[in-house]
Design a binder for this molecule. Sequence first.
Ligand code: PMV
Length: 348
Amino acid sequence: MENLKVGWTSPSNIALVKYWGKVPVQIPANPSISFTLSESKTSMTVFVSPSNKKEVDVDFYFEGELNEKFKTKIVKFLETEVERFPWLEEFHLAINSENTFPHSSGIASSASSMSALTLCLLSLDEKITGHTLLLEDFFREASDLSRKASGSASRSIYPILATWGEIDDLPETSNLFASPIKKTEIHESFRKFCDAILIVDAGEKSVSSRAGHALMDNHPFAIERFKRARHNLTRLLAAMRAGDMNTFIEVVEEEALMLHSLMMTSTPSYILLKPTSLLLIEKIREFRAKTNIPVCFTIDAGPNIHLLYPAEFRTDVHQWLKSELVDLKVVQNIIYDEVGMGPERIKD
Ligand code: PMV
């Protein structure tokens, strides 16, 4: 077998109803939903060449340089998939990965990088075995594999809006893979949305998501939380179908604050928000009240604030961001992102 090469770009996503808490192996305690982003993405190329080592053998280059930390994570994941991809022990993999967002920008890259990796794996498998999947099955398996690599990565496989986890009245949903929500299923006011990521702190977070999920196992509010997340997901979907912006804002902000209140009430307790995160929340709510522009915030497992708004208000929002936050140096940096169309294959 000669040398082969495949590549994919895959985006990050921002959860509107959060996945927080799981049971082995990477089964979510509640369903979640996210916007797929456009600008914040990983480009990954994998070169394979025959090897006699009879083990998973990887060189991992991140932004042009060998990176042992990422390599360890990737090898660990690939080793769990040798049964599905036996050729992993017959080839050497040289993986090149680059993010479009600046390194240490505070944006979690596991969703974009792990989804890019699993897409590359499946494309390689098609080339090596000659067995091709139907497009729908290809993406479903990519989502399932991405889930195992990094839960929220399962949702990055699909464009615009995706859920992950069983939802009572949607029988096609699953805990194993994400499900896309078609553009035509959501009201036009939610079809073009922007996400300005306000970077409060670009450093690595003090408590990993993995540790955070584990702290939900014995959390005093766990049962209520998982119930509330289900309720919020149903409410959010109904609001997005009907064009109900007020309910959308209410649910999204509740989810962000609940995620952080769960961290604050874990044992041990921890706080990822910074004083500037709270200042931004206050400013966003003031701006919304004063202008009636439907901006709202969500927050990942970190201090940075994602400002969400319909694209039609882009000019007003950007002007406000510049005068209130950038010029006054309230935030370190802003990444202007928007809802996007999902992964793309890089031409061979
Ligand atoms: O996919 P993980 O294990 O990095 O967890 C992601 C958790 C949140 O980003 C806080 C929420 C989510 O649903 O994306």
